[in-house]
Design a protein around this ligand. Structure first.
Ligand code: F0G
Length: 351
């Protein structure tokens, strides 16, 4: 069986690339769609997890980045820049290495997970920590790309959305049709825009007989779309979605309205509960922001919004290893034992 070739080769006819385009790729996409037994029991539905943490740099950003960096290289750019809460910068840094380009990243000081910072560093990105939040970083990145010869690879770059829409294609290809409901976390709102575009295209051109309702979830301390106004001091432990003024705000509302879905919010406590449930009961380790989708599904179930018997896909957007602090926090200390089978057995409750 041939190896998965990455999203550009797998979906070339549905992406804005030239016939002779050579992708800059790490063979992203083709991620697992995992049946979620416990969540299915809880909701009375057929729930699946789209595990985007299985991408090469550990998040869904790779789908958009293969497109953005491929395009930037074709256009002759020698440098790319992005603002990021961590995952975009990790992905941009890795793909820039593949393309032989310089990568600059702007991150909010002290507010990105260590694993993500490590990725940007080890891939050799130039990192500027900005004394501000993500929204400030994005403004700065846009200003720099307007004025200097450097390509912006944030999701305001439309080819990013094109790449990310392939996740919806994969889901339909695997399930045979679109699900009834698709649930995902919302930060800068590029991904909900991308999924909706993908589902719509597959519906309009044949592979799917319908499109799902899109359910998006923001963190309650960073929920501008839910509250209907920008949040100047966004705050949540889910640093990936700590965003107060999403760039794709209007497009996210369009996805919500056209799909007859909604965008709601969950608290950090709900996010952490879902984070632990996913790891301890489904065997899937995600980063906190990713658990917002599952926290939302649980909340909607408790509110009686989930009719049983539906097929539901939750995107879990990033890998748990990026931000392991929350896994360790509050967990019991490991037990120290001597090199002795009887002693170890006793501690394990086997003896
Ligand atoms: N989940 C994770 C793990 C993310 O990193 C992000 C966004 C989102 C969800 C939200 O997706 O912005 O398309 O609505 N991270 C960006 C970054 C902002 O810089 O890595 P969105």
């Amino acid at each position: 069986r041939p190896q998965w070739r990455g999203i550009i080769e797998e979906y070339r006819d549905r992406l804005p690339v030239a016939p002779d385009t050579t992708p800059v790729t790490l063979r992203e996409g083709g991620t697992p769609l995992v049946p979620a037994r416990v969540l299915s029991d809880l909701t009375g539905c057929d729930v699946h997890l789209k595990v985007e943490g299985a991408n090469p740099t550990g998040s869904f950003k790779d789908r958009g980045m293969t497109m953005a960096i491929t395009r930037a290289k074709e256009e002759g750019s020698q440098a790319v820049i992005c603002a990021s809460t961590g995952n975009t910068s990790a992905s941009a840094a890795a793909y820039a290495v593949r393309a032989g380009m310089v990568c600059a990243v702007l991150v909010p000081q002290g507010k990105i997970a260590l694993g993500k910072m490590g990725q940007a560093l080890v891939h050799g990105a130039k990192i500027l920590q900005v004394d501000g939040n993500f929204d400030d970083c994005l403004e700065l990145a846009r200003g720099l790309s307007d004025k200097y010869p450097v390509s912006l690879v944030n999701s305001v770059n439309p080819v990013r959305i094109e790449g990310q829409k392939t996740a919806a294609f994969e889901i339909v290809d695997m399930l045979g049709d679109a699900p009834d409901i698709h649930v995902l976390p919302v930060g800068n709102a590029g991904n909900i825009t991308a999924y909706w575009k993908g589902y719509r295209e597959y519906h309009e051109s044949g592979p799917a007989t319908r499109a799902p309702r899109m359910w998006g979830y923001q963190a309650s301390g960073a929920a501008p779309i839910v509250r209907g106004e920008a949040v100047t001091e966004p705050s949540t432990i889910a640093t990936a979605i700590r965003i107060g003024n999403p760039a794709s705000w209007t497009l996210a509302e369009q996805a919500r309205d056209e799909s007859a879905g909604f965008i709601d919010m969950v608290t950090d406590r709900q996010i952490l509960r879902a984070y632990r449930l996913l790891a301890a009961q489904e065997g899937v380790f995600v980063e906190p922001a990713s658990a917002a989708s599952v926290a939302g599904l649980i909340q909607a179930t408790e509110e009686g919004k989930v009719e049983s018997g539906q097929r539901i896909v939750c995107t879990v957007t990033g890998n748990g290893l990026k931000d392991p602090d929350w896994a360790v926090a509050g967990a019991p200390q490991p037990i120290v034992v001597p090199v002795d089978a009887d002693a170890a057995a006793e501690r394990l409750g086997l003896a």
